[in-house]
Write a protein that binds this ligand. Sequence first.
Ligand code: V47
Ligand code: SF4
Length: 379
Amino acid sequence: MTDLEAIFQDKALSSDLRAIAQKVTNQIRITPEEAITLFKQGEIGFLGALANHVREQRYGDKTFFNRNFHIEPTNVCVFSCAFCAYSKLYKNREEGWELSIDQMMHIVRKYDGIPVTEVHIVGGVHPKLDLDFFCDLLQQIKAHRPELHLKGFTAVELDYMFRKANLTREEGLKKLRDAGLQSLPGGGAEIFAPDIRMQICADKIDGDGWLDIHKTAHRLGMHSNATMLYGHIETYEHRVDHMNQLRIIQDETKGFNCFIPLKFRNQDNDMSHIAESSLIEDMKMYAVARIFMDNFAHLKAYWPMLGRNTAQLLLNFGVDDLDGTIDDSTKIYSMAGSEEQNPAMSTTEICDLIYDAQRIPVERDTLYNELEVYEKSPS
Ligand code: V47
Ligand code: SF4
């Protein structure tokens, strides 16, 4: 008997949960209220079986990863998000770094001859680094390595750059696109609900602004990702509201590549008194996301933040993508308490992690075109 058949045989299953399971297996969209019911009433075996059903219907055992590297131009940030280690640094006037274009090009050249397909550029919001500086950076990377996909800048960084340059969002995005930018990462979304945003990241772009920047990018032919910071002071209702706003936009634009729930980590920030979510809560979060976000093709577990073991386990709770075999320059998570102090994983290591979970690794590019299926060699 499959896990899904076992669900329907379970006489103790409530009629609400049975109706939701019926909808999901018939590929009918569930409502926000039903998603809240899943969070509140769904036990973990039930949620896992349903989410895994959705995942396997789409991809079977395929599990995606890409070969990328990160550049963080600066850890200085003018904003004061309570959950962020960078903000604490800035407030305490502790040392910060800012990289020159030459220094960033040095990072890019380190990958010459290595088959990476993407560079992910994201950092704090430095008061001095402006739109022209970043256009110059993008142009230089493209001139050096034209085939590299340039994914960069959260809506928070973009909003600041555009306001400083006195440009509309559309004008600013066009300028970056013309300089070589191809996609936007999903950061800065946190939780859209204003009452939560007021408490955790009051001074940066609001939820409507974040959504508008992504919508505008989609209209201009760019793709983007979406994130949600969970496991702090938000309720299940806030999470579902956030996911629902994304689902509505995705219906309109189809521009989001993937959804990435980001687990709140509590070290070295102003929310250290808040306990981190349990593993059960993480499994629930990913499973409900997979079931509810029916128009998002991919659900990504960002392993440098979650840790390898949790990310591997989540492959049974709806996740089909583990992000990249990235190098060591993403400091924001290790500072905030992720166990991954050195978040680098080679292609062999990421494939082994996926084989261990009885899945098949597939290298993808940023837009999820399949580049190579890594069938396990018989041992
Ligand atoms: O917006 C900051 C988060 C995000 C903490 O699009 C924290 O492929 C947890 O969005 N605990 C930026 N999270 C990073 C990001 C991202 C990462 C990987 C891949 C992609 C993608 C996007 O990091 C911020 C914020 O939500 N963050 N501090 C913390 N203490
Ligand atoms: Fe700055 Fe982003 Fe950190 Fe907020 S989350 S303080 S905007 S780097």
